[in-house]
Design a protein around this ligand. Structure first.
Ligand code: ZN
Ligand code: ZN
Length: 148
């Protein structure tokens, strides 16, 4: 048993202390990067269910680039991974680091590739247009509630 999890978490890019967000998320006040557990990212995807028939599944794909950043929780080198075509950095134990806008972009991508939406509607994109908001705004709503 180690107590490293209790050490103050610092940004893997700026090395400044991260601000704690909702339920274990961390956010950098300098670069606006964010660290989130898989559970939280899954909940963000579930938030998208408001416009989608089924929330997209959280599946990280491999990414060829070697990881360069260290996990803010355990300081181990993170692995590069892909989430909805967006390259992110991941600690298998603690969660995923998203650089500024990577999380929003990944959620936006999730909307674009997802199974289209509720009955009688077309794609998520069309549904968003009907609702007068952009996919980026929908994605933003999904993650802002955890990271504000
Ligand atoms: Zn930072
Ligand atoms: Zn870790």
């Amino acid at each position: 048993m180690t107590y490293r999890d209790q050490a103050p978490a610092t940004c893997p890019r700026c090395n400044v202390a991260l601000d704690p967000g909702e339920r274990g998320t961390l956010k950098c006040p300098e670069c606006a990067g964010a660290f989130a557990t898989d559970d939280i990212v899954r909940e963000m995807l579930a938030e998208l269910a408001g416009v989608l028939k089924h929330p997209p599944e959280l599946v990280y794909g491999p990414h060829a680039k070697p990881g360069l950043l260290t996990c803010p929780r355990c300081v181990a080198l993170m692995q590069s991974a892909e989430l909805f075509t967006i390259a992110v950095d991941r600690c298998a134990v603690h969660g995923t680091w998203f650089d500024h806008e990577e999380l929003g972009s990944a959620l936006e991508r999730a909307l674009l590739v997802a199974e289209p939406v509720k009955e009688g509607m077309g794609s998520a994109k069309e549904a968003a247009l009907v609702g007068g908001i952009t996919l980026a705004e929908i994605a933003g709503i999904a993650w802002l509630i955890f990271l504000l």
